[in-house]
Design a protein around this ligand. Structure first.
Ligand SMILES: NC(=O)c1ccc[n+]([C@@H]2O[C@H](COP(=O)([O-])OP(=O)(O)OC[C@H]3O[C@@H](n4cnc5c(N)ncnc54)[C@H](OP(=O)(O)O)[C@@H]3O)[C@@H](O)[C@H]2O)c1
Length: 322
């Protein structure tokens, strides 16, 4: 495992990390999470991603219990949370968004659920059009000066919104965002590669990229139907199944996956490993957040590190052509 600087900060994050969206509490209980964390720590992973909105806070509870039981030194790994979507099933107006009140309360609640004294990374899970950006920047800056958060960032903000946050922070001598958490994979490239390009250059922003397998589409396992127990079969994720498979958009993406498969076959590696390895080629990626519902998936995905050297310029050209 290699370690990359999170943007221009001094924090070194493992190039592969591990997240809990969909999986923790729904498919992964505390015992399985412990087994997965053992694999993560053995492989050198040092960053674990979470959010208040993942299963309404339950994902953070599972992560907190499993990390406590693993008992690795707190200074040897990083955990994150994200604020915006609320952990309440029926949020009141003060229980969601990026107001100073909710950003502060959600941080306290996440620390409690994760059983930690501080959050290493704390993200604004989406931009909040109802809150002035300056209010959110101030809230994050205050949490940092209180030692409750070490690095704050954004997730799926536009380049314009990120620029506004940087400019407000700079003008008011406050802490600017260090990182963004965008989707990036072989099927979803444009925002990362085009829209963010100027802000990578201007701010040396770090990134913790999500869904490297496009929720499993890039494993190729949905090419011949929907496997039992897979993400596309889960209750409450019907929207994702539609998005991923049962729509014109989904079918167009499946066609691309079908065309990517022979390139992986030619390299003699799984499509999953090739897809994850491809994300690591981009120097603006600080860490690729893996997702897995089974230990074997996690182990396979970690082997992507061995595939990176196989992705020659010729292979990259072929992949770009699809
Ligand atoms: N900031 C945001 O808005 C945002 C959004 C999404 C995710 N994230 C973060 O990014 C992390 C990763 O996202 P993701 O879970 O969507 O990642 P992903 O890698 O695109 O999808 C992971 C899922 O694909 C399936 N899978 C993974 N490896 C496999 C393998 N080798 N063979 C077969 N199936 C495999 C598993 O689902 P099944 O076994 O259930 O099919 C697994 O849970 C999340 O946990 C979260 O921390 C952030």
């Amino acid at each position: 495992m290699e370690y990359r600087k999170l943007g221009k900060s001094g924090l070194k994050v493992s190039e592969l990390s591990f997240g809990s969206w969909v999986t923790f509490n729904t498919q992964v209980d505390t015992k399985l999470a412990e087994d997965m964390f053992k694999v993560c720590f053995d492989s050198g992973i040092n960053f674990f991603d979470n959010a208040e909105g993942y299963d309404r806070g339950k994902s953070e509870e599972v992560m907190g219990q499993a990390l406590k039981s693993i008992n690795e030194p707190r200074d040897s790994y990083c955990v994150s949370s994200k604020v915006f979507f609320s952990s309440s099933p029926n949020p009141k107006p003060t229980q969601l968004g990026l107001s100073k009140k909710h950003v502060t309360e959600a941080c306290h609640q996440a620390m409690k659920r994760l059983q930690v004294d501080y959050l290493d990374l704390y993200f604004c899970h989406r931009a909040d059009p109802d809150t002035p950006i300056g209010e959110t920047v101030w809230a994050m800056h205050n949490l940092i000066t209180q030692g409750k958060v070490l690095y704050w960032g954004t997730s799926e903000w536009t380049a314009e919104e990120i620029t506004e946050a940087y400019e407000f922070a700079e003008k008011n001598h406050l802490t600017p965002p260090t990182m963004e958490q965008p989707q990036y994979n072989l099927l979803d490239r444009k925002r990362f590669e085009v829209e963010y390009d100027p802000i990578f250059r201007r701010y040396q922003m770090g990134t913790t990229i999500w869904s490297p397998l496009a929720s499993g589409a890039l494993t190729g396992k949905y090419l011949d139907g929907i496997p039992e127990g897979s993400r596309a079969t889960l209750k409450g994720y019907e929207w994702l199944k539609k998005h991923m498979i049962d729509s014109e958009r989904g079918q167009a993406r499946m066609d691309k996956v079908r065309n990517l498969k022979p390139i992986a076959d030619e390299l003699g590696v799984s499509l999953s490993k090739m897809s994850i390895a491809w994300c690591l080629l981009n120097p603006n990626v600080s860490t690729v957040i893996l997702g897995a519902s089974k230990v074997d998936q996690l182990k396979e995905n970690l082997e992507a590190l061995e595939v990176v050297p196989l992705l020659t310029e010729d292979v990259q050209r072929k992949l770009a052509g699809i």
